[in-house]
Design a protein around this ligand. Structure first.
Ligand code: SAH
Ligand code: ZN
Ligand code: ZN
Ligand code: ZN
Ligand code: ZN
Length: 409
């Protein structure tokens, strides 16, 4: 499809073990956005293949990355082109400073199911960059983190001493207007597809090759609706590219990584990356009403950093209430109490959790042990069970809409 290789899915119906397999778009979960569909065992005629190729060609951006870079020096819309855009909103007199902050200039994409863009609040973005620098990294592979990339680029151009470099991989091709082919690759993180072909692949490979001992870290903040399995498979491929570039160096080590994702995906992420652990730091966003650090009555963000770095090295800001637990050897949020029975700081959401002796684990403060369900749940839950696993946490007994890990109560 226009977004690169499709993924193989399986349609299961209740009770049936084996479902029929089909290919669909890797990135768009809504048929309205990409209607590619093909049964695995379906024969596709030459004419249909040709039509499909033609369709894919027509659905690529109208300018190449190179053309976009050349246009940048003048105006993003050349005067001769204004007329055809006369019914669009436009901004004139764009300053150099604005060109350096494309994420502020562009409207965040809002498509809920595929590529909703949630931009880091400055506070969180600065925290991430300071942490990266304090940990000794000098190169950042920014996968779906345009605002972090932008902060690095802008500091690099303003501060002489600043030595950090970044390469942005993102599906939002609008960024090709602001960054050269060495700074941005048009990339789909659900199928590890470089739209720029072998040349873009090579750019990324080169970036991963660490000359003069500069350490590299990958930072990614994928759309939350995305399939964890598809993301993990792409990230493993990026890690493998790093390992190949790093032949003599760290044999058998993993490329350091920050995967930014909601805490309720913890078990899914650990399934694919057992070496990862979840940090308590709450990542805040600018344009996300729920996940924003409010002026009054702050809403807690469910978004965390997952990393394969040693937890004790991830220093969280004391002025925001984080403290170090000497037993767990990691920084935890202020409300996170060390449970003597679990022998761990068990809160996932920042509130103080309570230990249930029957469940033999700590649970959310609002939960009670239900003897029907034989586990802890909200007091007003319904005890019915369903067979299929929940899309969010993978557990049986409830659907996505009623997943206990999503409840904020
Ligand atoms: N918090 C980050 C932005 C995260 S929003 C920041 O402020 O820098 C998710 C990002 O992933 C967006 O930039 C979006 O364009 C990108 N994205 C969405 N789907 C993608 C895909 N299939 N492949 C690559 N990038 C994708
Ligand atoms: Zn602890
Ligand atoms: Zn406990
Ligand atoms: Zn219980
Ligand atoms: Zn129950």
């Amino acid at each position: 499809c226009p977004l690169g290789p499709a993924l193989l899915f399986v349609k299961t119906s209740q009770g049936k073990e084996e479902g029929r397999r089909f290919y669909a778009c890797s990135a768009c979960r809504d048929r309205k956005d990409c209607n590619f569909f093909q049964w695995e065992d379906e024969k596709v005629s030459e004419t249909r293949l040709a039509a499909r190729e033609e369709y894919n060609r027509n659905h690529q951006p109208s300018f190449t990355h190179r053309q976009n870079v050349e246009r940048y020096c003048y105006q993003l819309l050349l005067p001769a082109e204004w007329e055809t855009h006369s019914d669009h909103q436009f901004l004139c007199d764009i300053s150099t400073a604005q060109l350096k902050s494309p994420s502020q200039l562009l409207h965040p994409l809002e498509n809920k199911k595929t590529n909703a863009q949630y931009l880091f609040a400055d506070r969180s973005c600065e925290f991430l960059l300071d942490l990266i620098i304090d940990l000794g990294f000098r190169r950042v592979l920014s996968v779906g983190t345009p605002r972090l990339h932008e902060m690095i680029q802008s500091k690099a151009s303003q501060e002489e001493e600043f030595r950090v470099r970044s390469l942005l991989l993102d599906i939002d091709f609008r960024y090709s207007q602001f960054y050269t082919e060495d700074e941005f690759c048009h990339y789909n993180m659900f199928n590890h597809y470089f739209f720029g072909g072998e040349a873009a692949h090579e750019t990324c490979r080169k970036f991963l090759y660490q000359d003069n001992g500069e350490r590299i870290i990958m930072v990614t903040d994928p759309p939350f609706g995305g399939l964890v399995e598809a993301l993990a498979s792409s990230f493993k491929k990026l890690m493998a590219m790093w390992q190949e570039a790093e032949k003599e160096g760290h044999n058998n080590q993993e490329m350091p990584m920050f995967w930014i994702f909601p805490y309720f995906f913890e078990s899914r992420i650990l399934e694919f990356f057992p070496s990862f652990s979840m940090m308590d730091y709450q990542v805040d966003y600018d344009n996300h009403a729920l996940y924003k650090h409010g002026k009054t009555g702050r809403r807690q963000s469910p978004v965390r950093i997952f990393t394969n770095l040693t937890p004790s090295t991830i220093v969280l800001p004391v002025e925001e209430g984080y403290r170090f637990c000497a037993i767990c050897q990691r920084y935890v949020s202020s409300g996170n109490q060390h449970c003597e029975i679990c022998n761990s700081c068990t809160s996932k959401d920042g509130r103080r959790w309570k230990h249930c002796v029957l469940c033999k684990k700590c649970v959310k403060p609002s939960w009670f042990h239900c003897n029907n369900c034989n586990c802890c749940a909200l007091q007003n839950h319904s005890c019915e069970k369903t067979d299929a696993g929940c899309f969010v946490c993978g557990k049986a007994g409830h659907k996505r809409s009623t997943c206990p890990s999503l409840s904020h109560t």
